[in-house]
Design a protein around this ligand. Structure first.
Ligand code: FMN
Length: 253
């Protein structure tokens, strides 16, 4: 049994919800799935004040006591996560963006390794996929294993042709997602991901500023490891890692 949680950035139970429902329906045809809907609108989430205390001192110093940690716990309890948002002015909805801002400290201290993530963008205009692309980048920055998502076009009312296309898109996404979810071995990190990890950690070590990220990396043994988690790196990955350590030391001194 696998647990999937979908975070939905629309206040309406309409287009985005129906695309996610289609995703759930397809996944459940493929195997034993427990599926939870998280409508961000139903949760208490204050507007990020930008104080940066979560970055500098730790997330426990956030001035708000709301549902942020309950939402993070939902991701931690899941094997797979979907972020779905309508496009508002060619980007994610403000509701989704505020959620992302409130958990952006995880970009500094990623954690959702080995969990599958994908993105569903919904929009009216039949071209462009900025919402989907942005949500994919969010998944990567949070530490997830990101699977290319989809953008569905949902005019109101939706015509038969568009509905058929939506169903085909979501079916293909569900199949890829299910396959990834059940892969035994974690995906090897890309060279880019290794570079980011190694430059960040050696930068943190070289800098005189020892903020919370430094403590966090130290506690997790990340100053000594090849990557965030235990994985066999090949000779090229090791060489790129070593060079990135060197670059990080130079750049952030
Ligand atoms: C404030 C606002 C801005 C929007 N901006 C765009 C846009 O830039 N591009 C687009 O294709 N659709 C845009 N739309 C349309 C929605 O993305 C589209 O109708 C979506 O499917 C709505 O999802 P929902 O039914 O889950 O609310 C916008 C809608 C709203 C309310």
């Amino acid at each position: 049994m696998k647990k999937i949680t979908a975070f939905i950035g629309s206040a309406r139970k309409k287009g985005t919800y129906s695309a996610v429902q289609e995703f759930e329906k397809n996944l459940k045809k493929l195997g034993d799935i427990v599926f939870e809907y998280v409508f961000l609108n139903d949760y208490k989430l204050e507007f990020c004040s930008g104080c940066k205390l979560c970055f500098d001192k730790g997330e426990g110093f956030c001035p708000y006591n709301d549902d942020r940690d309950a939402l993070i716990a939902k991701m931690e309890e899941s094997d797979g996560v979907v972020f779905a948002s309508p496009s508002y002015a060619f980007q994610v909805s403000g509701r989704m963006k505020n959620f992302i801002d409130r958990i952006a400290f995880i970009y500094h201290r990623p954690r959702f390794f080995k969990k599958t993530f994908t993105a569903i963008g919904t929009q009216f205009i039949p071209f462009g996929n900025q919402t989907q692309k942005y949500l994919e980048s969010v998944g990567n920055n949070l530490g997830f294993e990101v699977l290319k998502g989809t953008t569905v076009i949902i005019p109101e009312p939706i015509q038969e042709k568009q509905l058929k296309k939506l169903k085909a898109n979501i079916k293909s996404l569900s199949e890829r997602f299910y396959k990834r979810l059940n892969m035994k071995k974690p995906v090897k990190p890309s060279l880019f991901k290794i570079m980011i990890f190694r430059m960040t950690r050696s930068g943190l070590q070289s800098s005189d500023l020892k903020l919370y990220d430094y403590e966090y990396y130290k506690e997790n043994g990340w100053f000594k490891s090849g990557y965030y988690y235990d994985i066999n790196l090949g000779p090229i990955q090791k060489a790129v890692g070593g060079f990135s350590d060197f670059l990080g030391r130079k750049l952030f001194k």
